[in-house]
Design a protein around this ligand. Structure first.
Ligand SMILES: Cc1cc2nc3c(=O)[nH]c(=O)nc-3n(C[C@H](O)[C@H](O)[C@H](O)COP(=O)(O)OP(=O)(O)OC[C@H]3O[C@@H](n4cnc5c(N)ncnc54)[C@H](O)[C@@H]3O)c2cc1C
Ligand SMILES: Cc1ncc(C[n+]2csc(CCOP(=O)(O)OP(=O)(O)O)c2C)c(N)n1
Ligand SMILES: [Mg+2]
Length: 572
């Protein structure tokens, strides 16, 4: 007779799961042992369970299939939580196994006792205690099916003794069903959408992560409607490439052209986006939203029409009902603005001879040039997001993920671990700040242990740069943001990983190339300008009143000033 743990592992293998990320603990022993004796699945020993959950989140986001992480009872699974929030908010199918104290001790305030059914409630769709072995086949099936069909996290809370128990029955044991139905709104609603689009003069499309796999359909729609396509950060990887209608991103990290395209429209069509920043939705145009999750319709902006449907199949149904637009005026205005914006970004990418520290824009642009056409980038929360959003160029083969909906630091390296595990032959590049990197730095050892050829680019500015900037913009004196000057190339070398230290522009390209060509893991520790500025596409009066004035004038002049006095001397 098989044990619950053996059944669990076999069922995961038949569902296509190839690895479990975690840290061992006695409550997990029977599961780890079952993995150990099964040749089709691996136990990936991370240093911190949070890293395991981030790795699983990345794997699930990149493959669209179920990924698994595990933590031992109490503190072990508590450590999973932040990474699980990331997976859940990214709609990534992840199963977490939260081991529990012995079942006869639950409720007695036993050693390491916590109640994961309560703790994980908010970051999961399904979270159940397996109180007896008899529940096991069905609860596992429901957990896997829920994570896959709803997109997000399921948690099985499994006491060590229940995991080690023999299974008495194996009824209802079947493989996972992971279909992607083509959901379309009813024909009347598609006709209503067509009428609105046909009646509008200036349509702008705003697409998000829900456009994955629908690049061609969205571009064809834009062609019919002579519509610019702006996109969210999560939409960038799917909509920026092979798209002559691309008009850029909006939001603080966006560009002026993305923002302009939305404001200039008389109808904005939201496709598969849940872009969170309500203040950045335009107020004047009509807004129509298409999303596969009806509960997301209208939750961020006013709506003139909300439709439940899958982007690709809905656009297929819509296209024959559209009258091709003739005027290209709106499109041209937005694309001209986009060209202008690109040029001003390119100016920021250039190294000025006067620059004493490397501009991160330049670092990112060079990285984008030397990386493979099918590289997978993971980006940490911090200024790396700004540089990736604006200066990484997407291709049809590249991927770009981060903790974009949850906004946690320390995600990039662990997500790169998950990406490289899932795609051992592809180039995987993690971009992070010194603050974010050091938060889960222990997992550098995981790269060394598994010889994962991940390349870590660290924007080493000795500060928590993004927050420093936020403090200044809000008129605070920056405080609590210093990160001790550290040579991360030497840290890497100390754990057996190849380290490159870049302190001047002359070394940048060769170091990045050297790291990418290196067979194993490598760290490229780039000393960057701690005062690099990110100019938002629009600036409000409060920001202008503070440090924002400094930014605004720099936008006008397209260059950095050495001092406020020099800036003042250049005011128009
Ligand atoms: C520091 C930081 C700064 C940021 N600044 C910005 C910024 O300035 N600008 C910006 O854009 N982002 C920014 N982000 C990212 C932002 O927080 C969100 O993650 C992002 O805007 C969400 O993109 P999305 O709407 O495409 O993805 P999600 O929020 O994940 O939404 C995707 C939507 O698509 C739907 N969907 C999925 N599949 C389909 C389908 N097949 N058909 C139809 N619908 C589908 C889903 O139900 C969901 O509603 C920032 C993040 C960080 C960490
Ligand atoms: C876990 C977590 N803690 C704190 C924050 C708040 N926060 C956002 S960005 C940031 C600074 C990031 O600094 P660093 O990683 O050095 O990158 P930089 O902005 O300097 O490039 C902080 C503290 C967060 N998002 N996540
Ligand atoms: Mg930093």
């Amino acid at each position: 007779m098989t044990t619950v743990a053996e059944h669990l592992v076999e069922a995961l293998v038949s569902a296509g799961v190839r690895r479990i990320y975690g840290v061992v603990g006695d409550s997990l022993n029977s599961i780890v042992d079952a993995v150990h004796h099964n040749k089709k699945i691996e136990w990936i020993h991370v240093r911190h369970e949070e890293a395991g959950a981030f790795a699983a989140s990345a794997e699930a986001q990149l493959t669209g299939t179920l990924a698994v992480c595990a933590g031992s009872c109490g503190p072990g699974n508590l450590h999973l939580i932040n990474g699980l929030y990331d997976a859940h908010k990214s709609l990534a199918p992840v199963l977490a196994i939260a081991a529990q104290i012995p079942s006869n001790e639950i409720g007695t305030d036993y050693f390491q006792e916590t109640h994961p059914e309560q703790l994980f409630q908010e970051c999961s769709h399904f979270c159940q205690l397996v109180a007896t072995e008899k529940q096991m086949p069905r609860l596992l099936q429901i957990a896997m099916q829920t994570a896959m069909s709803r997109g997000g996290v399921s948690v099985l809370v499994l006491p060590g003794d229940v995991a080690a128990a023999k299974m008495s029955s194996k009824d209802l044991e079947h493989r996972i069903f992971a279909m992607r139905p083509a959901i379309q709104p009813c024909p009347q609603d598609v006709r209503r959408l067509a009428e609105l689009l046909n009646d509008a003069d200036r349509v702008t499309i705003f697409g998000g992560a829900g456009c994955a796999g629908a690049n061609r359909e969205v571009v064809r729609l834009a062609e019919q409607l002579k519509a610019p396509i702006a996109y969210s950060f999560r939409g960038k990887e799917f909509l920026e490439h092979d798209n002559p209608y691309a008009a850029g991103m909006t939001g603080l990290l966006g560009t002026e052209s993305g923002h302009y395209s939305l404001e200039r429209a008389d109808l904005v069509l939201l496709l598969g986006t849940d872009f969170p920043y309500t203040a950045w939705y335009p107020k004047k145009p009509k807004i129509v939203q298409l999303d596969v999750r009806a509960e997301h319709l209208g939750r961020r902006s006013k709506l003139d029409l909300g439709l439940m449907g899958d982007v690709r199949s809905t656009l297929e149904a819509l296209m024959p009902l559209l009258k091709p637009k003739k005027s290209e005026k709106h499109l041209k205005a937005c694309l001209d603005k986009h060209q202008e914006t690109r040029k001003s970004l390119e100016r920021r990418e250039e190294m000025d001879r006067k620059d004493i520290a490397l501009p991160p824009e330049h670092v990112t642009s060079v990285l984008s040039d030397v990386a493979a056409d099918d590289a997978i980038f993971t980006v940490d929360t911090g200024m790396s997001c700004v540089w990736a959003a604006r200066h990484l160029r997407m291709t049809s083969g590249r991927r770009l993920i981060g903790s974009l909906n949850h906004g946690s630091m320390a995600n990039a390296m662990p997500q790169a671990i998950g990406a490289q595990m899932a795609f051992p032959k592809r180039q995987v590049i993690s971009m992070s700040g010194d603050g974010g990197f050091t938060m889960l730095m222990g997992d550098l050892l995981t790269l060394a242990q598994y010889e994962l050829p991940v390349k870590l680019v660290i924007y080493n500015n000795s500060t928590l740069g993004m927050v420093k900037l936020e403090m200044r913009v809000a008129g605070y004196e920056d405080f609590g943001v210093d990160v001790p000057k550290t040579n991360f190339a030497k840290v890497a070398e100390a754990v057996g990983i190849r380290g490159f230290r870049v302190e001047s522009s002359g070394d940048l390209k060769s170091s990045l190339r050297g790291a990418l060509a290196h067979k194993g893991p490598a760290v490229v520790d780039v000393v960057t300008n701690p005062n690099a500025l990110a100019l938002p596409p629009k600036i409000d009066s409060k920001e202008v009143a503070g440090y924002g004035l400094y930014f605004a004038k720099q936008t006008l002049h397209g260059r950095l000033f050495e001092s406020i006095d020099e800036l003042k001397g250049n005011l128009p």
